[in-house]
Design a protein around this ligand. Structure first.
Ligand SMILES: O=C(O)C(=O)CO
Length: 304
């Protein structure tokens, strides 16, 4: 089967000169695009050594169903970060749900004022995961808050998650804690200044304190690259507690192309070599003229 690489598109001139043609802004701000028939119906993913998914928010204003149709053609098997009301339609198309949502990254269990909301949202996410066969629901620490010390933040987070874990265990669903970067302050979705769980060791410590196989790390390669780098050593170090991966190019949370600094193929090979069987979701903010070509390209890069 013939693979189609970005250099081929550059050769055929289907990208505008210079490659990146849209400003580095979230596509949520862009007007709805004309719907064009996909130019390439060959799957980009042929090896399937890592199970690929996609984060829906990155590709707005494209709707979940249209995105799911492109995923089917590219060979991406699952989707996440879309409204739960779209789950029936995308699963009908044959896509799986890789991760369900919960309480968001700003208000988390670090603050006891959020506990009732966080517990309720996590349980809702667990119920949805059961209903749609998703392995995991996402959680976050939340933003730091004046008056809450590091020790109190840890105690609050662990107490809240431990109240939900018996429910997750009973239902056979994992909860994954996402590590986020606090350094990129250029855009609300490229970095999260003020987020507490920006250090892998803090996250690992929290995971150990929760003490359940159903509570793991969401290792976002983009965020980890910004905060720590040394991706292969770090993913090997935390492989035993990692339950989900995300991708994006750095800097700019962009395509996984040659204009950014992460060399994805060896990183993904290292993930495969750890024996990882979960999902890796593409979570970049496209800047190419055609976001679906960007997604197809990223899927091909990770199809090691
Ligand atoms: O920035 C991210 O990676 C997030 O998932 C925030 O929701």
């Amino acid at each position: 089967m013939q693979r189609f690489h970005r250099r081929d598109w550059l050769r055929t001139g289907s990208l505008l000169a210079g490659g990146a043609v849209l400003a580095n802004s979230a596509r949520g701000d862009q007007p709805a695009e004309e719907k064009k028939a996909p130019q390439n119906s060959e799957p980009a993913i042929v090896n399937h050594r890592v199970r690929q998914s996609v984060m829906g928010w990155c590709f707005k204003p494209m709707g979940s169903v249209e995105l799911a149709k492109h995923c089917k053609q590219i060979g991406i098997e699952a989707i996440e970060g879309i409204p739960a009301s779209d789950y029936p339609a995308v699963t009908k198309l044959g896509l799986k749900i890789s991760l369900t949502g919960s309480h968001g990254f700003a208000k988390g269990p670090l603050d006891p004022d959020n506990h009732a909301m966080v517990e309720a949202k996590l349980k809702e996410g667990i119920d949805l995961a059961v209903r749609y066969g998703a392995p995991n629901v996402i959680t976050f620490t939340g933003m730091k808050k004046a008056g809450i010390s590091e020790a109190a933040a840890k105690k609050n987070c662990v107490a809240c998650w431990q109240r939900v874990i018996p429910y997750a265990e009973e239902k056979g669903i994992g909860i994954v804690l996402e590590h986020l970067n606090t350094r990129d302050d250029s855009h609300p979705m490229k970095g999260h200044p003020g987020y507490w769980g920006d250090d892998l060791e803090i996250c690992a410590d929290l995971i150990q304190a929760v003490g359940s196989d159903n509570f793991k790390l969401l290792f976002d390669l983009y965020h980890v690259q910004i905060m720590h780098g040394d991706l292969i050593r770090n993913l090997r170090r935390y492989q035993g507690i990692t339950g989900h991966y995300h991708t994006a190019g750095n800097p700019g949370r962009c395509e996984l192309d040659e204009n950014q600094e992460i060399n994805y193929p060896p990183v993904i090979r290292a993930i495969v070599e750890t024996g990882y069987k979960g999902y890796l979701a593409q979570e970049f903010i496209p800047t190419w003229e055609d976001p679906m070509e960007a997604l197809r390209h990223a899927a091909g890069v990770c199809d090691v």
